[in-house]
Design a protein around this ligand. Structure first.
Ligand SMILES: Nc1ncnc2c1ncn2[C@@H]1O[C@H](COP(=O)(O)OP(=O)(O)OP(=O)(O)O)[C@@H](O)[C@H]1O
Ligand SMILES: [Mg+2]
Length: 264
């Protein structure tokens, strides 16, 4: 469903700070895949999501989603098929609107409406849905999102995604800013949505344990290249030790950061 063909991207071209991120990246993701993505800082993981989400243009290559060419399309067009949860819980929702207004806005994306008109809508159903998250969101429907905790905001973003399912879901270290208990809650919620709604998903993580535990495929990016691509049975049987071994054998100058090993 996703095809990245020969993508090239260099930042700050022609300046002393010129940095080539991708020099012909190819990647195919099948419908229903849940791909976890590992890679050291600066490997190009978020840039890959920025390319898929249309927030940065590429210099060359093609971005195909569901057989349609989205190369260098505006982000708002791509947002109709690609949903994204960022590492920073402040992104993904409108901070000055209440929870309920955010939900209404999201559901009516691109349509003409007034908030007052919409408010007569399905408030009770929303409260019922949100209460299942056990994060107290149902009691805060009229609270501005800027007053919510990081975990509550990520849960709300996931709820918005669930209410208006994208074809492809991008999760960029979306639990990294949360305490361990809330991170687990958000991860459980994520899995529930991904599995129940069968959304094709790509999840960037620095947690080796999570990369192994979740999904049916694991890829590792290093300097803008896919250096490991593990799927099926091989992925099912993966252990932290075997992954570290594979990792090291692929790149002589590359070490798994201690933080990744410790988090496994
Ligand atoms: N808009 C930009 N302009 C210039 N350089 C950029 C831009 N976006 C990213 N970069 C550079 O591209 C490289 C890859 O960045 P990217 O954010 O994709 O890394 P990452 O793999 O997500 O790392 P991390 O694990 O730290 O999030 C980095 O060196 C970064 O500084
Ligand atoms: Mg990143």
């Amino acid at each position: 469903m996703l095809k990245i063909e020969n993508i090239k991207k260099t930042f700050l071209k022609g300046t002393v700070n010129e940095k080539q991120i991708f020099n012909g990246l190819n990647l195919e993701v099948n419908e229903g895949d849940f791909v976890t993505i590992l890679g050291s800082n600066g490997a190009g993981k978020s840039t890959l999501f920025n390319v898929i989400g249309g927030s940065i243009p590429v210099d060359d290559g093609n971005l195909i989603i569901n057989k349609k060419d989205f190369t260098n399309c505006p982000a708002n067009r791509i947002a109709k098929v690609v949903g994204r949860v960022h590492q920073n819980p402040q992104l993904g929702t409108s901070p000055n609107l209440t929870i309920y207004e955010n939900i209404l806005m999201y559901l009516r994306k691109g349509k003409k409406f007034t908030l007052r008109k919409l408010k007569s809508g399905s408030r009770e159903q929303v409260m019922k849905d949100l209460s299942k998250f056990e994060l107290g969101l149902e009691d805060l429907l009229d609270t501005q999102v800027k007053f919510l905790s990081g975990g509550q905001r990520q849960a709300l973003t996931l709820y918005l995604i669930k209410r208006n399912l994208p074809d492809l879901l991008l999760l960029d270290e979306h639990t990294a800013a949360l305490d361990p208990k809330t991170a687990k809650k958000i991860m459980d919620l994520t899995c529930e949505i991904v599995h129940d709604c069968k959304i094709t998903t790509m999840m960037i993580t620095h947690n080796l344990g999570d990369a192994i535990k979740y999904g049916n495929r694991l890829i590792m990016l290093d300097k803008g290249k896919v250096i490991l691509d593990i799927k099926g049975e091989e992925k099912d049987n993966l252990t932290v030790e075997s992954l570290i071994q594979m990792y090291s054998s692929k790149s002589s100058e590359f070490d798994i950061p201690d933080s990744m090993i410790l988090s496994a």
